[in-house]
Design a protein around this ligand. Sequence first.
Ligand code: BV8
Length: 243
Amino acid sequence: MEIPADMIDRIRGARHICVLTGAGISAESGVPTFRDAQTGLWTQYRPEELASADAFLRDPELVWRWYRWRRELISKANVNAAHLALARLEKLVADFTLVTQNVDGLHQRAGSDHVIEFHGNIFVNRFFKEGAEVECDDSEPVPTCPDCGGPVRPGVVWFGETIPPSALNAALAAASDCDFFLSVGTSSLVYPAAGLAELAQGSGAAVAEINPQSTDLAHTYEFAIQEPAGVALPALVASMVSE
Ligand code: BV8
């Protein structure tokens, strides 16, 4: 597929590119997105019903089973052409910021050096009460702190929880400063992540979206590429390096 020449020109001429990725960029790695129907045991649950502190307090074992299922699935997944293309793009652009809503760590595995994990990382464990990271034996049904015995939770941001201040501030700064904002593989339904594109637009940046299903905000963007990320991003990088 061809990336529109005017979009390549805008990217080439950009001083600072900010990219926001969502679950769609890992879809071609076999990691189900949130909008996809949950599979197997999880078909009866919506992610919002499991990814919350209330759900954890109600049934910590169930929530841990869900996260262990996802950790297992992600550990077996491979990075895909989209992750690799972004890792390459980072090296081609002087000022590049990657913000991901994903907790799967696949951008880092693909070689992206600086990743802002807006919603944390599924492989990290944290004290449920204090929030600090903890190394613990997480094979128990509900892992507990070896010292205080308190419950341990996955190090992700749940619905109703605030974004870690360092990630939030870095993402807001990049969205405000960039002159090209690229949204890849997100339904743009979850805030405040979905507000980053609007912030960039309001600060004068050109905004592009890559998503096989156009989102509600796409009509306000300069460019909307209705292709899978694994096709569009390699094509974008190939256009950047040709000539
Ligand atoms: C907060 C980690 C405030 C956990 C996740 C306004 C402002 C602030 C908050 C809110 C607000 N309105 C509502 C809220 C509350 C809530 C929210 O946004 N709810 C939604 C449901 C309406 N937000 C929050 O709770 C946030 N917290 O703001 O706190 C606050 C203030 C004071 C005091 C307390 C709190 C925290 C939200 C973080 C939730 N955690 N993940 C985990 O992973 O287990 S969110 C989770 O869902 C993901 O991380 C991701 O962000 C989101 C799913 O979105 P996507 O990534 O876009 O995935 P999705 O499946 O939706 O879409 C995939 C897309 O890919 C599709 O469009 C598809 O077409 C496309 N696609 C498919 N294949 C491909 C593809 N694209 C490209 N290529 C392909 N091959």
